[in-house]
Design a binder for this molecule. Structure first.
Ligand SMILES: NC(=O)c1ccc[n+]([C@@H]2O[C@H](COP(=O)([O-])OP(=O)(O)OC[C@H]3O[C@@H](n4cnc5c(N)ncnc54)[C@H](O)[C@@H]3O)[C@@H](O)[C@H]2O)c1
Length: 318
């Protein structure tokens, strides 16, 4: 029997990963380790939470002893917990360093002591910073430009040290923007759904011309499974899509899904202190493992919007 340990498993990406691995590894036992912050909910796992193969541990990454205790005999460790919202990270809120950097160090120490055989660390394309044309590959240099991406880059540097010093079997996965159900409406796409369902105005930073590529969360899960089964330890894999959208275009797609005219509901506000113009990944390396992105926002927007309609009461404020 496999023991799979997933941090942040009650959050957006983590809950989809938990369900995916739960179904894929029929003989597994899955430990979800999660502080369950404002961005997460135990309801995200309601379809499997009564099953004995799932254990949910409500604990903080800062609790090293708990991490060490619960991750004993883990075969596959997926580290998805983080403070994830860029806007919250301005003014360098300490949570971003405590969770994303020190929390990752605790994960590594627990894995080292428990001799975990495979550790997948979920990182972000934001560590590369912006790029006007072409794309970053896994050897591109770090150039994080906001406190969130800086904390994720710092976590990767700690991992690098552990790989060299202790031969820890870590694989880093750098993902571009992910979309799907269960994401907190603080983010662009779910925030657009939330506002338009409530017929409220939605704020767009600057003119909304920033470009982001979007990968569907279930395509991400398949990619992570490929990396778990075929990826090489101590390697980095970019994962993303070439489905690129301006922020304003994402809002327009959601407005169309709600049969509303976008210009009546958009409110342009002052841009972030620094807002990367475009992120873009070269993900040829993971494609060589036999994976590719399949799903565009337009393919899933009605389903996602419908999910937010049904679950709107979960999110009191954006
Ligand atoms: N969402 C994206 O578009 C995206 C893109 C690239 C990378 N990522 C990365 O993927 C991972 C998951 O992101 P997400 O979008 O699901 O974020 P999320 O905010 O929805 O989920 C984060 C999860 O981590 C948990 N958590 C936060 N602090 C914790 C702590 N101190 N101890 C234990 N648990 C804690 C939260 O409760 C939540 O369940 C993060 O590492 C993020 O940096 C996300």
């Amino acid at each position: 029997m496999h023991k799979i340990f997933i941090t942040g498993g009650c959050g957006f990406i983590g809950s989809h990963l938990t369900e995916y691995f739960f179904k894929k590894y029929k003989n597994s036992i899955i430990y979800v380790y999660d502080k369950i912050t404002y961005a997460a909910s135990i309801k995200n796992l309601k379809d499997i939470s009564n099953n004995k193969r799932l254990k949910i541990i409500k604990k903080d990454l800062s609790d090293y002893n708990a991490l060490k205790k619960y991750s004993k005999n883990t075969d596959i460790f997926i580290h998805a917990a983080a403070e994830s919202h860029v806007d919250n990270s301005f003014n360098l809120k300490n949570e971003f360093i405590i969770t994303n950097v020190l929390g990752t160090k605790n994960v590594l120490d627990a894995c080292k002591v428990n001799k975990v055989k495979k550790i997948i660390h979920i990182s972000t394309d934001e560590i590369y910073g912006e790029i006007y044309k072409s794309s970053f590959d896994e050897n591109s240099r770090f150039n994080p430009s906001n406190p969130y991406s800086s904390s994720k880059a710092a976590a990767e540097m700690i991992i690098n040290g552990y790989i060299h010093s202790y031969k820890l079997p870590v694989i880093i996965v750098r993902a571009n923007n992910i979309f799907g159900t269960r994401q907190h409406p603080e983010k662009l796409l779910p925030g657009s759904c939330w506002s338009l369902i409530k017929k409220k105005k939605f704020t767009i930073h600057g003119k909304g011309n920033q470009k982001r590529s979007f990968l569907y969360v279930k395509d991400l899960c398949e990619g992570i499974y490929k990396i778990v089964s075929k990826g090489k330890n101590n390697n980095i894999y970019n994962i993303g899509s070439k489905f690129e959208y301006k922020n304003l275009d994402v809002f327009k797609i959601v407005a169309k899904a709600n049969n509303l005219s976008f210009d009546k509901f958009v409110k342009y506000v002052k841009d972030r202190p620094f807002n990367d113009y475009r992120y873009s990944l070269n993900f040829n390396k993971i494609m060589k493992l036999g994976w590719k992105p399949k799903t565009k926002i337009e393919d899933k927007i009605l389903e996602i919007n419908d999910w937010y309609k049904k679950n709107i009461s979960r999110f009191k404020k954006r």
